[in-house]
Write a protein that binds this ligand. Structure first.
Ligand code: 4AD
Ligand code: MG
Length: 431
């Protein structure tokens, strides 16, 4: 099959080709008609001059409605003023299916109207740019780990227990075995993978029954989670900054036109270069106090706290050593101060907050058993995980990066619901 797409047109200048797609727009001027077609790779303006095409073909232009599927045949000509830089002198226009009353018109629509029609809204140039950038982010993520010898390690989605606290678990009946929970994170399985392969990455959908209606929360989101045997917290931060640099620079290198479509200013993205500043939680609290914000040591940083802290820096900032109380059971305590966990969060600039959360893991059997007891977790469900501390336990670390938060930040979106084709939120399950 040698179908030609709009993005291939530079290689077909001067040739007569057929392009299939959907009507994006049309206008006319005197004896000239301009159908604009989109095919998913770009936009092509056709030029039809009365007398140069058959009367029946010329008349078909009047039938074209927004999103009518069709094909245009004609000679490709360079035209710097046209979107995409090429135009077609149309000799034939074939209608495949007339679209009647397409609901999304060029006028302004509210976000709920658009989200209810997300299956159609996907066709807009804005959604298009965002989801292409998402693809590049995912490609860059895989590239980074694949080229460094990490093994892709798929974790299950039905799990017997919580990884990230019991308050955001989705529960379902599981035959005769009682309850199953949708995974909140593949990390615990990733740790088993790291003990088998040395370095792995888990990459898949994760679920949180988030009751919060913020612009940073989905109930279903994609997370990539590297896990590396023998890495301590510093190694983990080295990996996180090299990784994030690669992802952002890869989008800048390959999807600049899409960033332009979104009107995204890229100065802060260009800055995403190693080394990132590293500050302790204590230092973050100092920043908040200096800014006159009331903050109780021991609390987790909230969204606005994160924005305030990150505003001090010109690139992502890594905040490490949080109070153990607010962090997950699997995090290792700081040997120098057991009140602290060897955790790290990476905060994105421009108010986008935490995009990476990670830690060094508790590798000592006794300490891990204590944590499980303290947090009242069902030990039986964790026996397999505890085994990893019985048979050749080693220091190890990893982190998780949320794909939608990252895309949302890179694209400069107001809400991460636009960063995934079909968002799932507390108040949205359709389409
Ligand atoms: O900080 P979190 O909860 O960390 C973990 O799940 C660890 N087990 C990861 C690991 O160490 N392997 O989540 C990690 C990231 C967050 O920084 C954020 O980017 C994203 O996942 N995230 C969400 N994204 C969208 N909607 C939500 N409700 C999210 N919750 C977390
Ligand atoms: Mg977190």
């Amino acid at each position: 099959m040698d179908r030609i797409y709009v993005e291939d047109l530079p290689a077909h200048e001067g040739e007569t080709v057929t392009i299939s797609g959907w009507l994006y727009n049309k206008r006319s001027s005197g004896k000239i008609r301009f159908p604009v077609l989109r095919d998913g790779t770009g936009y092509l303006q056709g030029v039809m001059v009365k007398g140069n095409v058959g009367d029946d073909v010329f008349a078909r232009f009047d039938e074209l409605t927004q999103e009518t599927s069709m094909s245009l045949t004609g000679r490709i000509r360079k035209e710097p003023r046209a979107p995409g830089g090429y135009e077609m002198d149309v000799t034939d226009l074939r209608i495949i299916h007339i679209s009647n009353d397409y609901p999304i018109t060029p006028k302004e629509h509210g976000i709920d109207f658009l989200m209810d029609r997300r299956h159609l809204w996907l066709r807009s140039s804005r959604t298009h740019a965002i989801l292409r950038i998402r693809h590049q982010v995912i490609r860059a993520i895989r590239e980074f780990f694949d080229s460094r010898g990490f093994v892709l390690f798929d974790a299950p989605i039905f799990t017997p227990a919580a990884c990230e606290g019991t308050s955001t678990l989705f529960e379902t009946d599981y035959f005769d075995l009682g309850k199953a929970y949708l995974t909140q994170s593949g990390q615990l399985y990733g740790e088993a993978g790291a003990m088998a392969f040395g370095k792995v990455y888990v990459f898949g959908p994760t679920f949180r029954a988030e009751k919060s209606k913020t612009r940073r929360h989905l109930t279903e989101f994609w997370m990539v989670e590297p896990e590396v045997a023998f890495n301590d917290l510093d190694d983990n931060m080295d990996l996180a900054e090299a990784f994030l640099e690669h992802v952002v620079q890869s989008v800048l290198a390959h999807r600049r036109a899409d960033l332009e479509t979104l009107g995204r200013k890229t100065a802060m993205l260009e800055n995403v270069r190693r080394p990132f500043p590293r500050i302790t939680y204590d230092e973050a609290v100092e920043i908040l106090k200096k800014k006159g914000i009331e903050f109780q040591w021991g609390n987790d940083l909230g969204g606005t706290d994160e924005t305030t802290v990150s505003a001090e820096f010109d690139r992502p900032v890594m905040v490490h050593r949080y109070p153990a109380e607010v962090k997950a059971f699997y995090m290792k305590r700081d040997p120098k101060n057991p009140k602290l966990a060897l955790a790290v969060d990476v905060l994105a600039p421009e108010g986008y907050g935490e995009i990476i959360g990670g830690s060094q893991r508790e590798d000592d059997l006794g300490a891990l058993l204590e944590r499980i007891k303290e947090q009242n977790l069902p030990r039986e469900a964790f026996e397999w995980y505890i085994d990893l501390r019985r048979y050749g336990s080693v220091p190890h670390s990893g982190f998780g990066l949320g794909v939608e938060r990252t895309v949302s930040w890179i694209c400069g979106l107001e809400h991460l619901r636009e960063a995934i084709p079909f968002p799932r939120m507390i108040y949205r399950l359709t389409p």
